[in-house]
Design a protein around this ligand. Structure first.
Ligand code: MIC
Ligand code: SF4
Length: 655
């Protein structure tokens, strides 16, 4: 049988005796080799892990490699983040997890540099986990509870994705980069074009893309809604592992010649131009010439998408003997300490400092609203991956996503210009070997003696009841298409520090987008009412933060009826007992009114029905709307149990 990369990895990781090639959308259980968490999702993931293993004798994690990174909440304006970091460090020591303290770098950059391995499966509680798939692994972003379960030894349920072959031909022109490739794909397929799919890249063009370029592409596959993206592990990959002094982790990994794909697209790299994603969506893409001349107030370079040594060398070289435009505030976040030290070794740090740009710590920083909120109504050009409204911290700011090349041109000229104007393209020579070892903290030998630290902001997990059979629901709100998890539960300094305190963070549901909503919902909740949200397409796109689902359940949202859901958020809703239903006829979206009552009778038997249809009774108008659900038998059981934590614990207690 001739297999593509995804089929090979899935087949080699299938749990159970029967080895078979699953059909697209078929749920399969696969073994997880590695996990990663970051601090903003990690606290919840490890609180859940501790809850799952509380009755076990052997509480050590059951995957071959688990890493806990701190990179998101790195400002400590008050005690909460420091408490979370200490909790994460002590939990890691106790259960056998490698800990990466704040300042080492951004989780995805660090994981790629130090741990990613071809042919393996990585599960990460961050949506950009597929960054590591650039070296031929299957890396998937999930909610924290999925990571907790994997750490406890549970296999991961993968809905077998459609495998789409993206054949890259030729070579990019100067000043056109990997970021433009992914922006090109976003323009072509949109933010929901990749749901239930994996993009597998092949073709002679991939040889011209370094692992850094490839990781920019796999990183931002997340914005397409993809389950993951993957490149083969080839000579280019080998060079990267050699550079990282990790040749022992390298193996070649190619798809079989003549293997099948569900869809195939051929892209000529030569035809791609420098592109820009305009406010407020990563797929709102235009050619840079279309925004030429637009004044720019801020430039931010970095994030897990564009903070590699290659990106940084380009930026620093272009600044040689140059100053940034005095009207632009320029900040740069290298991806890791390794990147900073290499820049220093190459004598390039000086260029950055002298230019007037600000060199920041290697963290997520501005990308997650930890500082650098743009000026009111300002234009901010960022090499990041998301530009949802308000994510920058300034509601009326206009955020444009670009390559480092375009962002550098903006920093120098103070307005959008085609980066070709920068003149001769610099020679980017990456040193042969990296000499730096990051400051990872490995668990001690007698880790059972470690005492886990709980600060006062770390609150116990909320308990959710099993599903009742008849639901009387009130329509609390109707939302448009593409509601992101940043809309549902914003990030930023104030709210992020409450990630281990569900009662407190629940007050911020839809805080930026619909500031009055929470007070209405609290009144309905105090009256003991159950609620339903109505949504358009792609509900919950964006981040993996399961908190966006937990706060809905905590605020009595029991059902969400949408035209469609984003993959990770749908899974998170199920994991916390919120039922995701989809309109059978999308026109019914217009039919349902805010504030009206919907009754769902005998929901349990309806969720077991073969036709996968549920009747929603609009009681005041004696009307029935039919909605569908796409849930596995196990997901239905999870919903019955009131969430995955209850489900898993019930199962263990029955063993
Ligand atoms: C993001 O980029 O939105 C985040 C912050 O990295 C999230 C995770 C989180 O909300 O903690 C993600 O992408 O999953
Ligand atoms: Fe961090 Fe931004 Fe990457 Fe999320 S997208 S992991 S906030 S750098």
């Amino acid at each position: 049988m001739k297999l593509n990369l995804i089929e090979k990895i899935v087949l080699s990781h299938l749990v159970g005796k029967k080895k078979f090639l699953p059909e697209p959308l078929e749920p399969v259980k696969i073994k997880v080799d590695q996990t990663l968490t970051q601090d903003a999702t990690g606290t919840m993931a490890y609180l859940q892990y501790e809850n799952i293993v509380e009755d076990r004798k052997d509480k050590k994690v059951k995957v071959s490699l688990a890493v806990s990174y701190v990179d998101h909440n790195t400002l400590q304006p008050t005690f909460e983040n420091s408490d979370d970091h200490r909790y994460l460090q002590t939990v890691a020591a106790k259960y056998g997890i490698i800990f990466s303290p704040a300042g080492n770098g951004i989780c995805h950059q660090l994981h790629l540099e130090n741990f990613a391995k071809p042919k393996q499966v990585l599960l990460g509680s961050d949506s950009h986990t597929p960054t590591s798939s650039s070296v031929g692994m299957l890396a998937i972003g999930v909610g924290g509870l999925e990571v907790a379960c994997a750490l406890a030894g549970e296999p991961f349920t993968l809905k077998m994705p459609y495998v789409v072959n993206i054949i890259l031909r030729n070579k990019l022109k100067e000043y056109v980069s990997a970021k433009d490739v992914i922006l090109f794909l976003l323009k072509k397929f949109s933010v929901k074009g990749g749901i239930n799919k994996v993009f597998e890249y092949t073709g002679d063009g991939i040889k011209t893309l370094s692992v850094y370029d490839r990781s920019t592409i796999t990183n931002m596959g997340t914005e397409l809604g993809l389950t993951s993206s993957i490149f083969p592990s080839d000579e280019v990959t080998k060079k990267f592992f050699k550079f990282q002094n990790r040749l022992k982790d390298f193996v070649y990994f190619y798809p079989d010649e003549g293997c099948k794909y569900d869809e195939t697209y051929e892209i000529d790299l030569l035809e791609i131009e420098p592109l820009v994603a305009c406010p407020h969506s990563p797929d709102n893409v235009v050619n840079v010439d279309e925004v030429e001349g637009l004044e720019v107030n801020q430039v931010c370079i970095g994030s897990c998408t564009n903070s590699s040594i290659k990106d940084m060398i380009f930026f620093a070289k272009m600044l040689e003997n140059k100053k940034i435009n005095p009207n632009v505030s320029v900040v740069v976040y290298p991806g890791s300490k390794q990147v900073i030290l290499l820049l220093e070794k190459l004598g390039l740090l000086e260029n950055i400092y002298k230019s007037g740009a600000r060199l920041m710590e290697p963290v997520c920083g501005a990308c997650i609203g930890q500082g650098q909120a743009p000026q009111s109504g300002g234009v901010s050009v960022r090499t990041f991956n998301r530009n949802f409204e308000g994510r920058s911290g300034t509601k009326d700011a206009k955020v444009y996503l670009t390559s480092v090349e375009v962002a550098t041109a903006c920093a120098i000229y103070g307005k959008f210009v085609n980066p070709k104007k920068l003149g001769k393209y610099p020679k980017i020579q990456i040193p042969k070997r990296n000499i730096f070892k990051p400051n990872f903290i490995y668990p001690p030998k007698n880790s059972q003696n470690v005492e886990v630290f709980f600060g006062p902001n770390i609150k116990p997990l909320p308990k959710f009841e099993p599903l009742e059979d008849n639901l009387i629901l009130y329509v609390a709100k109707k939302f448009p298409d593409n509601i992101s998890t940043d809309d549902i539960l914003p990030a930023g300094t104030k709210i992020l520090s409450l990630r281990s305190n569900i009662p407190a963070i629940s007050e911020y549901m839809f805080y930026n987008k619909y500031p009055d909503l929470i007070s209405n919902i609290k009144i309905l909740k105090s009256e003991g009412k159950n609620l339903v949200f109505i949504a358009g397409q792609n509900y919950g796109q964006g981040s993996s933060r399961e908190h966006a689902a937990i706060v809905q359940r905590f605020n009595n949202i029991r059902v969400v009826v949408a035209k469609s859901f984003a993959r990770i958020h749908k899974n998170n809703l199920i994991n916390f007992g919120v039922i995701p239903l989809e309109f059978l006829d999308e026109k019914d979206y217009d039919e349902v009114l805010e504030g009206e009552e919907i009754v769902v009778e005998k929901i349990k038997s309806q969720l077991k029905s073969k036709d996968k249809i549920v009747d929603l009774k609009l009681t005041k108008r004696s009307k029935i709307i039919k909605v569908k659900f796409s849930l596995t038998d196990e997901e239905v059981e999870i919903l019955f149990a009131g969430g995955k934590l209850n489900f898993v614990k019930q199962r263990y207690s029955n063993l």
